[in-house]
Design a protein around this ligand. Structure first.
Ligand SMILES: Cc1cc2nc3c(=O)[nH]c(=O)nc-3n(C[C@H](O)[C@H](O)[C@H](O)COP(=O)(O)O)c2cc1C
Length: 456
């Protein structure tokens, strides 16, 4: 063989370095073929619902244990313009068998069992309320959905909670493992739960996932999920092992959105949404249909307002206190919500640094609703009227386009957005206090051991 030919063939043969790359590429090609095969299959449950939900072109409130367990924060989010609101994750067995109690004066509906309330809601939020279930069992998921279906507008399956007890329970390995993000590793089970809900619940079904470590694996899973016939997919753009303070990987969402478009399923982007302030950036970078907001809304529920958030201390807190008084919300729960609020920065707030500090101290010192109201100079009456105002706003909603409102506010120079607020050092996905304490405080118990103890 001529030397030149020998050299050329040597040059073409793979080096130890590029062999793995080729293998990875081959795996990727195979995965992409799987995606295409999946996408070519017919939708499993083709359904029409009496009440369809609008998942597109919205800023929506994320499911949040503790913060979101409070119907007041959901009502306030709706008041300020959230398109839809998610309940916190409620574990299937915790809600199954609970008693439904309606307060004839306020209308508040409470599902209660054992030592405390599991979930409560106000009828005003029903058309916008998506109930999130934590489950690893199709039958239990169905029973849980059937328990609440009369009071909610949609059902969502949580496939994103990374907490260890969702994956393996120290109490009961057999029955309590495999919920939340663990379902991402058991896709057949995940799909079985969705199918069970789709086949039996007369409400739109959706699903919230996290990204898998690799993009091809994520796309394969998404293609399978989309085929079931769900109405919406929310993607928390972090992997299971990423911490909340790590940047959300929006750059991985575009391909997922494209699959959603082919199945006509809206894809909601979750992770680092600030409200209107970065909605355009997220839409440009991902093509997502909507944005789901968790921590920014926890800091200030008025983040949903098209003209930008309002001052927490002077505008949002008084409303929260009035609603709390009227709906007889447990003080521990109200106090927790107040303690999550971060005072707004200038120019949204005209309060001095000292005034903001005083307000925060008043909240942490106070031992009752009356005490905090008097410290902050808030008149507690007027909750009923505020609920009527929320009702009127919601009734007026179909005639108002939030995007037009935003554009008009921008044109007229009325927008005041807040800069990015980072939660350095705070582990956001974790429930900070013990669930036993939650029960003492009168919380509806969200994700957690307490639910497991109550329900299983
Ligand atoms: C206090 C808190 C509680 C949460 N509880 C839930 C939950 O019940 N179900 C769920 O799917 N995600 C839950 N999450 C995750 C959020 O819904 C969201 O995916 C995450 O915070 C990323 O959004 P963000 O960057 O807008 O905060 C929770 C997050 C926080 C901060």
């Amino acid at each position: 063989m001529p030397v030149s030919t020998a050299l050329a063939s040597h040059a073409r043969s793979p080096t130890p370095d590029d062999r793995p790359i080729k293998r990875v590429k081959l795996e990727e090609v195979e995965e992409r073929c799987q995606v295409e095969q999946e996408m070519a299959l017919p939708i499993e449950f083709v359904k029409a619902y009496e009440h369809e939900l609008e998942y597109r072109n919205q800023l929506v409130l994320a499911p949040m244990v503790r913060t979101g367990s409070c119907k007041m924060s959901r009502l306030l989010s709706l008041y300020y313009g959230a398109g839809l609101v998610w309940s916190p994750e409620v574990v299937d067995k915790a809600i199954i068998g609970s008693e439904r109690i309606v307060n004839p004066e306020t209308g508040v509906i409470t599902y209660t069992k054992g030592q405390g309330p599991i979930f409560s809601t106000h009828p005003l939020e029903k058309p916008y309320l998506v109930f999130q279930i934590g489950s690893s069992d199709p039958e239990l998921a169905l029973k849980a959905a059937q328990t609440v279906q009369q009071d909610v507008a949609g059902i969502d399956l949580n496939c994103g909670c990374p907490k260890p007890f969702s994956r393996v329970s120290p109490l009961n390995h057999e029955t309590h493992s495999g919920m939340g993000a663990a379902l991402l590793s058991t896709p057949d089970l995940l799909l079985e739960i969705l199918r069970k809900l789709l086949g039996n619940i007369p409400l739109p079904i959706s699903c919230k996932i996290r990204l898998l470590p690799t993009q091809p694996d994520t796309l394969t899973l998404v293609a399978r999920i989309l085929r079931t016939g769900i109405r919406n997919l929310t993607v928390h753009c972090r992997t299971r092992d990423m911490r909340p303070r790590e940047r959300a990987l929006w750059e991985r969402l575009g391909e997922i959105v494209a699959l959603g478009q082919r199945r006509n399923v809206p894809v909601i982007c979750n992770g680092d949404g600030d409200g209107w302030a970065n909605w355009n950036t997220i839409r440009d970078q991902t093509g997502a249909d909507s944005v789901m907001i968790a921590r920014a809304a926890e800091r200030n529920p008025s983040v949903f307002l098209p003209s930008g958030p309002r001052c927490n201390v002077t505008e949002v807190v008084p409303k929260l206190l009035k609603l709390s008084q009227y709906t007889n919300n447990p003080w521990g729960n109200t106090k927790f919500l107040l303690s999550q609020f971060r005072p707004s920065s200038a120019p949204i707030s005209t309060l001095s640094k000292q005034q903001k500090k005083d307000a925060q101290e008043a909240v942490s010192r106070s031992k009752s609703l009356e005490e905090v109201a008097s410290q902050l100079g808030v008149e507690l009456s007027g909750g009923k009227e505020l609920l009527e105002e929320i009702e009127a706003k919601l009734a007026d909603r179909p005639s108002r386009d939030a995007f037009q409102q935003r554009d008009r506010a921008v044109e007229e120079g009325r927008v005041m957005d807040e800069g990015r607020v980072m939660d350095e050092g705070r582990v956001m996905d974790e429930v900070p206090e013990s669930t036993a304490q939650s029960r003492v405080d009168g919380f509806e118990v969200g994700v957690g051991q307490a639910q497991a103890e109550l329900g299983r």
